[in-house]
Design a protein around this ligand. Sequence first.
Ligand SMILES: Nc1ncnc2c1ncn2[C@@H]1O[C@H](COP(=O)(O)OP(=O)(O)OP(=O)(O)O)[C@@H](O)[C@H]1O
Length: 319
Amino acid sequence: MREIMSKPSFAIEAQGLVKTYAASGKAPEKQALNGLDLSIPKGSIFGLLGPNGAGKSTFINILAGLVVKTAGKVQIWDIDIDIDHRNAKAAIGIVPQEISFDAFFTPYETLELQAGFYGVPAKERRTMELLEAVGLADKRDTYSRLLSGGMKRRLLIAKALVHTPPVVILDEPTAGVDVELRRSLWDYITTLNKEHGVTIVLTTHYLEEAQELCDTIAIINQGRLIACEPTPTLLRRLDKKAVVITPMDPLGQIPVGLSELEAALRTDGTLAIHYRPKDDSVANLLAKAVEVGVRIKDLRIEEPNLEDVFVALTSATGG
Ligand SMILES: Nc1ncnc2c1ncn2[C@@H]1O[C@H](COP(=O)(O)OP(=O)(O)OP(=O)(O)O)[C@@H](O)[C@H]1O
């Protein structure tokens, strides 16, 4: 594994990736990926974020070989999936969103079967080591259907690791998981990365999760990449609030005197002035607005959230 790991500069690289789902019944054709370019650095914990329907699952399913791409190029650990799909697939372990394994096998059997499926020779198997790592050693012979939801999720992680892939993809790993288990899964993910050098890619709806775990975050929307930045850089964009003013009289345009501010007229007639609390004050912004003739009927302060980043980024990229 070490030897392979020093090779590529990217763990996963997608160029111009397109996926069009054919029309079926009344559902029209759907372009889920729209020329996606994405480079995931090796050794990173990489967060893939996006609103519902952005194309995250489609991307992961293409990597997993479950969805056939329409166009574009994908390399996993430097292996082109069109040229050597088998080895490309062997370089990743995918932890799916849905819990899926045979309820009548024990955790031990589940991992052994998966190792067999990947052709891992018996002497190279790490079944007990993996069960210990995910805290299921004492459940090795329990029917999987009798495990708790959290244990099942941990078994899924172990299952994705049996062939020692250098890249592990976790699709919504903590959706619907309680806080305590979420914490222990985060710890385990971090250990895999820091101590074993595994590249981790995770999709999540939770900004907080991405913020805490990921060193790099990509945001996709409508099948396109709209941001891919080191987490601190992206979060700096979030260090923003907005004063939203409802004017007494409708504003036809942003008053000229506010042009040096980051102001926007919204479709509901409000004027939003974005600012960084550390650089500016609400009092100062309101004084400027009044000075240029805005008569304030009402106002509120908006806190930043991921939705704002999406909106800001998508309008900035015209997407
Ligand atoms: N098999 C399919 N047939 C037709 N359309 C599909 C299919 N799978 C996904 N889509 C559509 O493609 C778009 C992208 O879906 P995808 O599941 O990849 O998004 P996502 O980012 O994973 O969303 P979520 O966060 O809700 O899981 C959506 O509009 C979805 O309805």
